[in-house]
Design a protein around this ligand. Sequence first.
Ligand code: 76R
Length: 272
Amino acid sequence: MTDWPVLRPKEGWHVLHLFYRVEFGQWQVLTSEQRLSAKTNLSALVQEIRSLPSTQILTFSVVSPKADIGFMLLTEDLHTANSIEKRLTLSLGANVLAPVFSFYSLTERSEYTTSEEDYATSLSAEKGLSPGSSEFAQERGEFRQRMQKYLQDRLYPNMPDWPVFCFYPMTKRRDAAQNWYILPFEKRKELMLGHGRIGRQYTGRVRQLITGSTGLDDGEWGVSLFAHDIFEIKSIVYAMRFDAVSAQYADFGKFYVGLQLPLDDLFRRIQL
Ligand code: 76R
């Protein structure tokens, strides 16, 4: 999309969450021709974005007057991400889309997933397989393949078209009494195991993408949740509040709930 050499992260994709309010006063001074061409311009831009390699954009109608339109962009090149954001912001004409919130992060692997060594240890300790056996080698090989697919899905996800969306930033606490960052790795891993256990109870009902933003934006992670039923979002976030990781160490930013809609329907929904 730009003439600059691609700025591809060592691993993962750039993720931009963008939320805008429509300045209706500004919109109403446009003629109907200008409005039509503004909407055509945004539609064409979204189409152009969707034709780029390793790039996805989701469009949302925001449920509440916190914002009107939301976008979630994933792409491999930082120049592209930057260029798309500038173009989206101006796509309906000057001062029509007013940014209300944005969040920049990268897809990331987890520090805490089971390593092949952990798995091999559990194969002998829990399943009683002897490390030299062919069964052991086979199970270990299958684990490696599963993990490769899992890692690929985390770093280069295929975003779901599920209608209900919730986004919020999250930070791990760094108080004198509760400081996530001075806990030893083994303790953090144990706590994250409990977190994952709760999360997996929602398999099939909630899809999550956790993206890392330490050093990139004001929170440390972006939490993007997808569901078919908003009840499941409230339910998982509530359940996690009781889990030690969230109860003791998590601080949250603002929450944005949106509905995934194609642009034409989105325009109608927000009365453009
Ligand atoms: O990656 C995995 O799926 C394995 C386990 C796992 C990790 C490492 C996992 C599972 N998460 C991980 C990391 Mn999660 N997650 C959140 C929130 O509102 C709140 O209280 C917290 C917001 C939700 C709702 C959620 C859901 N998770 C993380 C991290 C990075 C922490 C770090 O690196 O220190 C954060 C900030 C975070 C927050 N998590 C799951 C879920 C769900 C639904 C799962 C299960 C996924 C599955 O089906 O396997």
